[in-house]
Design a protein around this ligand. Structure first.
Ligand code: SAH
Ligand code: SF4
Length: 349
């Protein structure tokens, strides 16, 4: 099966045959227009109008915008997109004083089945292509630029498990770095702990930042929260992380969604500190109180418990940050992306 070319899926090599018979610099003008200027095809001024029209037909966009919702006084923007075939995905742009970060989806749904995550609750629909991932980032970058901001960071923390769709994700990473000019350390791949995927990442040419969603530091509890732990248990996972840090020299982070009474006890802090010590020179822990989702009864740790858990980790020598939540009110926070469309009901006549 040949996959049809899409506007942001096409590589430089794919574009050359489309522009056969044109002066050679047209490929560069097109590439710079799409990525350097973040322009719509129709607005890439150096290209002749007839050529723009033809390219618009031959390089269709892969995403149709459905809705755009804002929160945090406009600093968080959630996009809902429809993919070819009708599946829906969400993308979140977060503007901070010092950076503009987009949280992208790598799959429609997710097959990993973590019960506390709205995406996991919805099940798996399909992998995204490189073009669909890149287009999410271009749309967010255009939105940031309309507000006078430059997109600086990409995190694969939207819908899906990026290392279960590693080839397409890596194609997108290369485009972010090579065409959009984003620094590799500002590209973060968050994984539930797919060990072969982590090992592949260690071998890749760009030192992107690795984040591992840990949530529990003993196998029994982790397998309940994150079923893939049965396939890649903690010992194997932490070894892959330690090797990654040793080989790349990059700092990595662990994500820990604090769940009331489940993983916020003193024994959890001690077990977590024990695992973090195995990563040399260092790993960072990001704490985030569990966000509410429709299909999970347990609540997030209240603020006092979050502070106490953080303080215990600090005493145990762990480098730890409490992450501020963005967009909870618009279901745009971590683990809340489920791409539910509010359907319009025609009135019965
Ligand atoms: N599949 C990847 C990336 C997408 S999930 C992964 O699991 O890492 C992005 C982050 O949101 C992960 O750290 C995940 O554990 C976390 N998350 C999922 N559900 C959550 C919830 N309800 N509250 C807070 N964080 C959640
Ligand atoms: Fe998938 Fe990550 Fe959600 Fe788990 S937390 S179901 S791996 S998206």
């Amino acid at each position: 099966m040949t996959t049809a070319l899409t506007r942001y899926g096409a590589t430089l090599d794919d574009l050359a045959p489309l522009l056969a018979g044109e002066p050679r610099y047209r490929v560069d003008q097109l590439w710079r227009g799409l990525y350097g200027q973040l322009a719509e095809l129709d607005d890439i001024a150096p290209l002749p109008v007839a050529l723009r029209r033809r390219l618009a037909d031959e390089l269709p966009a892969a995403l149709s915008p459905v809705t755009e919702t804002t929160s945090d006084a406009g600093d968080t923007v959630k996009f809902l997109f429809e993919l070819g075939g009708g599946a829906l995905v969400e993308t979140v742009l977060m503007l901070y004083p010092d950076r503009a970060t987009v949280c992208v989806s790598s799959q429609a749904g997710c097959a990993m089945g973590c019960g506390f995550c709205a995406t996991g609750q919805a099940g798996f629909t399909r992998h995204l292509t490189t073009g669909e991932i890149v287009e999410q980032v271009v749309r967010a970058a255009q939105r940031a630029r309309a507000g006078g901001r430059r997109l600086s960071n990409v995190v694969f923390m939207g819908m899906g498990e990026p290392l279960a769709n590693e080839p397409a994700v890596w194609g997108a990473v290369e485009r972010f770095h090579d065409a959009l000019g984003l620094s590799a350390r500002h590209l973060t791949i968050s994984t539930v702990g797919i060990v072969p995927g982590i090992r592949r990442l260690t071998e890749r040419r760009l030192p992107v930042t690795l984040a591992v969603s840990l949530h529990a530091a003993n196998d029994e509890r982790r397998s309940e929260l994150v079923p893939i732990n049965r396939r890649y248990p903690l010992d194997v996972l932490i070894s892959a992380c330690a090797d990654h840090v040793a080989a790349t020299g990059r700092r990595m982070s662990f994500e820990w969604a604090l769940i009331d009474g489940v993983n916020d006890r003193p024994s959890d802090a001690r077990e977590l500190a024990g695992l973090v010590r195995r990563i040399r020179p260092a790993a960072h822990v990001n704490l985030i109180p569990l966000n509410p989702t429709p299909g999970w009864p347990t609540r997030g740790t209240p603020p006092a418990g979050v502070r106490s858990f953080r303080d215990q980790l600090v005493v145990l020598g762990v480098n730890v940050t409490v992450r501020r939540n963005r967009g909870t009110d618009i279901d745009a926070a971590c683990g809340q992306l489920a791409a539910r469309e509010v359907t319009w009901q025609p009135a019965t006549l």
